[in-house]
Design a protein around this ligand. Structure first.
Ligand SMILES: NC(=O)CCC(=O)C(=O)O
Length: 324
């Protein structure tokens, strides 16, 4: 296992999150603005590109250890991959699923919560199969630095693909789809969450951008057929269009399994440039995020002001439905 480092500096900037979020409209999503103080605009993020086995305990131990190494290397935000406690296979999803409402009976939930509190870091907990009310979801839990669950994102766009002779996979045959965007205030800023195939839908990223997200995290497990062509491209365009950071985290590749994974966990900055990206092997990627880059990019190129709402309009359906 190796460590991959992006550019590093050590300066710390202080900013009150309330000033930079004044203009965002969050009626539909419960964000407790009163209690959020963003005390860093410069911090380290860690992307844990884990190798996943068919032994759940082994996967949990590996993740626990990589989170520890990340924290010891100064990471304040740790992101895990899509399906990191369970092989990405229909044969395993139901068997490995846990019910997060029964926290004590959920080893995955307990480990992430304990690790976040112990190290005092924010964890975007990748995704794992979740049982809830008789349905199976592909779910990402976000934990705050106090170890408390801050948000739960259920994959909205299930991955159904059929490329004859290449790949056939239908998540919708086993998972139920989530029905909500997820944007959450954490110690390291406002985070939008999507899971893998969710990245293909620009409207979700636009929604997060419009609601003041600093960063969108996409745990993902792209495949070999589409990964090379589109994975990096989509991360860069989501970041550049919305002028924010995009972080992705994938499991590492096991070429012998039914669904070999593309890998390439990446951090992209608000200019659309890649800060750091991994290969496909197991690795811990550590890089620095500097939110002043968001401000700079928006000042230099004020896309929001240049947008022509009378010619085309972005409709926030979720907000409309929630507004009485
Ligand atoms: N796990 C996924 O959602 C994979 C998405 C993917 O590979 C794609 O091409 O989209």
């Amino acid at each position: 296992m190796k460590l991959t480092f992006g550019n590093m500096t050590t300066e710390l900037n202080i900013l009150n999150i309330q000033t930079c979020l004044q203009n965002s409209n969050n009626d539909d999503i419960e964000l407790d603005m009163a209690n959020v103080v963003l005390d860093v605009t410069l911090f380290k993020i860690a992307l844990c590109q884990l190798s996943v086995t068919s032994e759940k305990n082994q996967n949990l131990a590996r993740a626990d250890n990589l989170i520890k190494v990340a924290a010891e290397n100064g990471a304040r935000l740790v992101v895990l991959p899509e399906m990191w406690n369970c092989p990405y296979s229909k044969d395993f999803f139901a068997k490995f699923a846990e019910d997060f409402d029964k926290e004590d009976a959920s080893p995955t939930f307990s480990m992430l919560s304990r690790a976040a509190a112990f190290h005092g870091i924010t964890i975007v907990g990748g995704s794992v199969p979740e049982w809830s009310n008789g349905h199976l979801y592909n779910t990402c839990c976000v934990f705050g630095a106090d170890g408390k669950l801050k948000a739960k994102h259920r994959k909205i766009h299930l991955f159904d693909i059929e490329i004859p002779g290449e790949i056939s996979f239908k998540e919708s045959e086993i998972f139920a789809a989530g029905d909500k965007p997820t944007i959450v205030d954490t110690e390291i800023g406002r985070v939008g969450v999507g899971i893998c195939h969710d990245i293909r839908f620009p409207e979700l990223a636009m929604l997060y951008g419009a609601k003041g997200a600093h960063i969108i995290c996409y745990p993902g497990a792209f495949n070999m057929s589409t990964g090379e062509l589109i994975w990096e491209l989509m991360q860069r365009i989501r970041a550049a269009d919305n002028q924010l950071f995009v972080a992705t985290c994938s499991p590492s590749r096991d070429s012998s399994c039914f669904y070999p994974i593309w890998g390439h966990s990446t951090l992209v900055g608000p200019f659309g440039g890649i800060t750091v990206s991994s290969g496909h092997e197991e690795t811990l990627v550590i890089a620095e995020i500097d939110y002043s880059q968001i401000e700079l990019q928006r000042k230099n190129l004020p896309l929001e002001k240049q947008m022509l709402g009378d010619i085309y309009q972005f409709v926030d359906k979720h907000n409309e439905e929630q507004t009485p």
